[in-house]
Design a protein around this ligand. Sequence first.
Ligand SMILES: *Cc1c(COP(=O)(O)O)cnc(C)c1O
Length: 738
Amino acid sequence: MAADRSFGRVDLVKLVAALFVIANHTGPLTSWNKEADFVLTGILSHLTVPFFFLASGFFFFRPAKDGTRNKPPVKRFLWRVGGLYALGLLLYLPVNLYTGHFGPGLTVGALLRDLFFGGTFYHLWYLPALLLGTATIYALRLRLRDRTILILAGALYAVGLFGDSYYGLSAKSGALSGFYAQLFDVFGQTRNGLFFAPLFIALGAYAGSQAGDAGREGDGGGRSARRYGGLFAASLALLLLEGTVLHRLGLPLHEDMYIALIPADYALFRLLTARSSRSRRRLRYMSTATYLLHPLVIILVRGAAELAGVQTIVVGNSFVFFAVVTALTLLIAAALAILALPKASRKPGGQRAWVEIDLARLDHNARALREALPEGTGLMAVVKANAYGHGAVGVAKRLYRGGVRHFAVAEIGEAVELRKAGVKGDILVLGYTPTERLAELIRWKLTQTVIHADDARRLQAHGGRFKVHVKIDTGMNRLGEQSGNDDEIRSMYRHSRLEVTGTYSHLAEADSLDPADIAFSRQQIDRFRRAVALVWSAGLDPGRLHLQSSYGILNFPDLEMDLARPGIALYGLLSSESDATRTRLDLRPVLALKASVSRVHPVKAGESVGYGRSFTAASDTMIATVAIGYADGIPRELSERGGSVLIHGRRAPIVGRICMDQLTVDVSGIPDVRQGDAATIIGEDGDERITAGEMAARTGTITNEIVCAMGMRAAKRFVPEAGRRPARKALAGLHALR
Ligand SMILES: *Cc1c(COP(=O)(O)O)cnc(C)c1O
């Protein structure tokens, strides 16, 4: 499964590629041998940018876990890379102003060409090309198959080639040279987001759809590694030949685009992704920073050398110049990477196992849900079952601060707990409250659901004045007065001691887009509307109306109600990750579950691990014991269903049976695991992530059940906001490019 794997070798090679780009811009071998420098900077270094495009296409268009096409988050991508481009433009603006790049002769056309294609500074063209190329392939993938896209992108590349290193051939034909004269007028040169980037981005996307197979070949990808290694070597030879011949013949106008780059870069990429390897976020970050910053360092080094009067040594010798620029750039890039990306999987002191709750994400989800609803519809946050395992008090208080004034819980005990902790706003008890506890409703100013007409009579008979919401049963057949029992429905609003402030119902099948199920939901909606109309027409006030839970919001966002009652979606989850919904919101999981490694030890081939000896090591295996078990909410059957945890940003399969307080994982492939290291059971570590949805899918349940069971015992900890300071966030933006 491509989506489950990391490709650290790609990160490493990207950093090396960034050094080749520095070479391209400093010509390290010129002082020694012009021919050798041409081979390095005129041919080999051009492998780099297509490689960046390929990697970007691969990661952006990675298929979903089941191998189907994903709908990638295109808006986020465009924002992030667009932001990076804006940063680049700003960074080089002073230089451009100083050199008179935006001189008085600048036309609007030239400026637009510069922004969309040229990038205003010599290396920056990469970013608009990435934006344009990715948007192009994204649009094509909505309609066309991979193969058709590759042919189209290949045709564009061919047009590009004849305006680049094969231009000498075009120049010989009058019609062609006229065509290219016009093309250059619009684009400057053909190495851009239209003629150059799309092919490699499409190849990256294609590699993503193929890469899944490599891991399944059974030999850990060894066979495809050999195949692509051979293809890479052959293509490299072809590339050298192509570059040299074209150069000798004097055909190139620019030396950026070659035919052999296509197989060479594709083979190299497939070679590097044939096997999974630990992802290296900091290296990836450094390669982007290096790419972005090295021209600035070149200017600085030249300037400093001039000031210090050491030009002949530093700048005069091309190799020394390259080395100084490289060292300085890497130093800056490494410093930024360390500042921007704190080490993953740090643990809070003194905890065996813990739940991390990211309240900023809770805010984000509440905002996303509110924006999906009509203007006048507010949220009633469902915080029952300890806010689905997220900690009801912390969640409710945070949402209240964000403007949420209505909360719902399952039973009175939960409501009282919130009030005792100081939670303000309306709290609705969704379920039945026994007569013995009715007085507490008044004491704690809670709102009770009237479960049917007789229930209203029970409350009226009790004596106190109750605030209530009336529930109508429109087809769920769980709680509520049956829709259609018109007299009974009206009676609930006429009790002298009941103040009805709301009326609601619950949809039974809002999570399905199946036409029959949609028809059923529509019928429920109609029944609810009819009941409300009945109340109005009797001159009674139904109060605030609410009907939709999470899936009701996602699949019926246009309903005009006063409130909506999201639960699971507030926590950034869907009940099942594979559910299709009409509205797709950017929901972010709020909860992570982590635990400490308590022991790491080798087990010999043939030895068993754990209760029932259900796991026997096939070969010598390194086992880590993690201090968390089913008493902490981890489904016991997870071990037999391919479950794993993350340690040092990599997946460690769970082996042997899960115990009440401990579980064992195979860490043979992960070096340096020690006692006290953090293991992530749900959440992110480095580039890897395990979702509650994945765990639910493995164990045949819904995410709701998984998260509700979390942290019955594990101590809760709220993620401190300090790690999300804006400056650090901005710095971390460089990491967006992969
Ligand atoms: C639990 C519950 C909700 C919230 O449901 P989600 O699917 O988690 O959004 C809403 N309304 C009622 C009556 C519920 O019991």
